[in-house]
Structure formats: C-alpha cells, structure tokens
Design a binder for this molecule. Structure first.
Ligand SMILES: *[C@@H]1O[C@H](CO)[C@@H](O)[C@H](O)[C@H]1NC(C)=O
Ligand SMILES: *[C@@H]1O[C@H](CO)[C@@H](O)[C@H](O)[C@H]1NC(C)=O
Ligand SMILES: [Zn+2]
Length: 272
C-alpha cells in the first residue's frame, strides 16, 4: 500500500513540475516515440467492395493514364459510389429526420478511445447469432466515463471477399448475418452515455434478417453514428487504442466512405 502511495505522490509531483516547466510531451512526442502503431481497419474501395443492395456500387473509371509526348506521366480517374458500402459511417440522419448529417458530426466524436468487444468465439461463424445483453455481462460494471466508440467483433471480416457468405444471401434474396439486438442498443444508449458510436465487422449493426432496423433507429435517436464493415481481420488490442474515424466529408451525407485507423500501443495496456 505504502509504496503505491509514494509512487502516486511522485507521479503527481512530476506531472506538476512538468506542467509548471511547460515541458509536457507533445502529441508528436508520444505518437512517434516508438511505442505506438497505426492499424488500418478499412477495406479498400474497389470492384469487390460490398454495398447495401439499393446503393450504387463503387465505380472506378480510368480517365487519363498515359505518358505524354514529353515523357512525363499523368494519371487521373473518376469514381462514384453509394454512401453505404465498404467501411463506412452512418450519420444519425440516416434514421432520424433531425439527426446530424455526415458533414456536421464534430471531430471530438470522431477521434475517440476505441473499445473492441470480441464476441467472435461466441458467434462461432453462426449467421443466426444476435448479440444479447447477457453476452456482455462482464462489461456491466465498467466505469469508462470518457467518450468512446465501441466496435463489436463478430469474426465476419474473413468472409468479406465472398459476398454471398458475408451477407448470408438466401435463395429469396434476403440476408442472414449476425448483429446486435435492440436490447443491447437500448442498454448502450441508456446506460453508457459516453458511447458516441457503435461499430460492427458486418454489413449492418442490425442482424442481416432485420427488416425494421431497430438498432439503427435506437442509435440514431440517441445521436450515435454507426460504423459498418469494419475490417477486423488483424489483431487489435481491445483497450488502449484511439480511433480516427474520418469519413469523406459529404456535407449532406446520410453516410459516407470511411478511413478508419486505430492508433494502438504496441503492448496492450490494462486500461486507457
Ligand atoms: C524543464 O525543462 C527543461 C528544458 O526542456 C529540462 O531540461 C528540465 O529537465 C525540465 N525540468 C523539469 C523539472 O521537468
Ligand atoms: C426468405 O428465406 C428465409 C430462409 O431462407 C426466411 O427465413 C425468410 O422469412 C424469407 N423471407 C421472405 C421475405 O420471404
Ligand atoms: Zn450504413
């Protein structure tokens, strides 16, 4: 006990001296000290990118790609796409008439601590899995406090390049893949006001079979955004990372393609 108190006192004293001295490390000092790594949680946008069915696919049109007469190279292309495909954000306006559009989501909700909830071992590749509150009992007594985004790992990213498998396309054209229950969405939005967004490594926060999208509605109503098709096929610490959630700033967008990056300590800490 006593030695902990001394360490705490010393830590306070050092922090105080540093702040008095004005020599607090800058973010650059911290980020590039060699103990952090950048992890890309984004699927590339190309002909394989999965879109929600009513959306235009990613169209990439080569316009100019040639050496010119003076030997110099010039290349420029066009692209076009629906808002909701690949790794993307859903703005609250997607399911709430007076919700924020993509262009108005403030940066302090987009650069936040990242919590990964890995339930892939419970899902066990079962497309019928629907996340219930009891799956998360171990988190009920946490005390996060800070704004954060919570991303649920169903273990689905490994199917991304097989559209039929990823979406669980049924003979009648409906989908079948895991998702959150309405109960879990209610619990997050009512009990964890610090959560500013919900993410999944599937095509939708609602299960694939959903036709009324309760999780989308509950999240939007509470002002949360969703991030969908998060690329979670690489190891990411479940605590201690910072998420950079940087959608294309489509001013009036209901959603937008997203570059999602996690800045993570190379060693997993026990808290952030
Ligand atoms: C105060 O800053 C100077 C210059 O950066 C440094 O040499 C010194 O060690 C600092 N003192 C403390 C107490 O942090
Ligand atoms: C489509 O088929 C699935 C089973 O493959 C079934 O559960 C679902 O109710 C069907 N939906 C419609 C709209 O026919
Ligand atoms: Zn979406």
């Amino acid at each position: 006990m006593a030695s902990y108190n001394i360490i705490a006192l010393l830590t306070c004293a050092i922090n105080y001296l540093n702040s008095v001295n004005g020599s607090n490390p800058t973010l650059n000092d911290v980020l590039f000290s060699g103990v952090y790594e950048f992890i890309d949680l984004t699927f590339p946008f190309d002909k394989n990118t999965i879109y929600w069915p009513n959306m235009d696919q990613f169209a990439f049109t080569k316009m100019n790609e040639a050496f010119r007469s003076d030997g110099s190279w010039y290349a420029a292309n066009n692209f076009a796409a629906g808002e909701h495909g690949g790794t993307h954000i859903d703005a609250p306006y997607h399911f709430k008439v007076d919700g924020l559009r993509v262009g108005n989501i403030p940066l302090d909700k987009l650069i936040v601590p990242l919590i990964i909830v890995d339930i892939s071992s419970k899902v066990n590749d079962d497309p019928s899995f629907v996340l219930q509150k009891y799956h998360l009992d171990y988190m009920l007594n946490d005390n996060w406090g800070k704004p954060c985004v919570i991303v649920f790992k169903f273990g689905w990213s490994k199917f991304f390049y097989d559209r039929n498998k990823y979406l669980g396309v049924q003979p009648n054209g409906t989908f079948h893949f895991p998702g959150l229950s309405a109960e879990v969405a209610e619990w997050i939005t009512s009990s964890h006001k610090n959560v500013v967004g919900i993410g999944v490594d599937t095509g939708s926060v609602d299960p694939g079979s959903s036709t009324d999208f309760p999780v989308h509605k509950i999240a939007s109503a509470a002002g949360l955004y969703n991030i969908e098709n998060v690329k979670l096929d690489v190891p990411v610490p479940d605590r201690g990372c910072t998420a950079l959630i940087l959608p294309m700033k489509i001013a009036l967008g209901t959603g937008a393609p997203l570059r999602l990056v996690a800045i993570c300590p190379k060693q997993t800490p026990t808290h952030f």
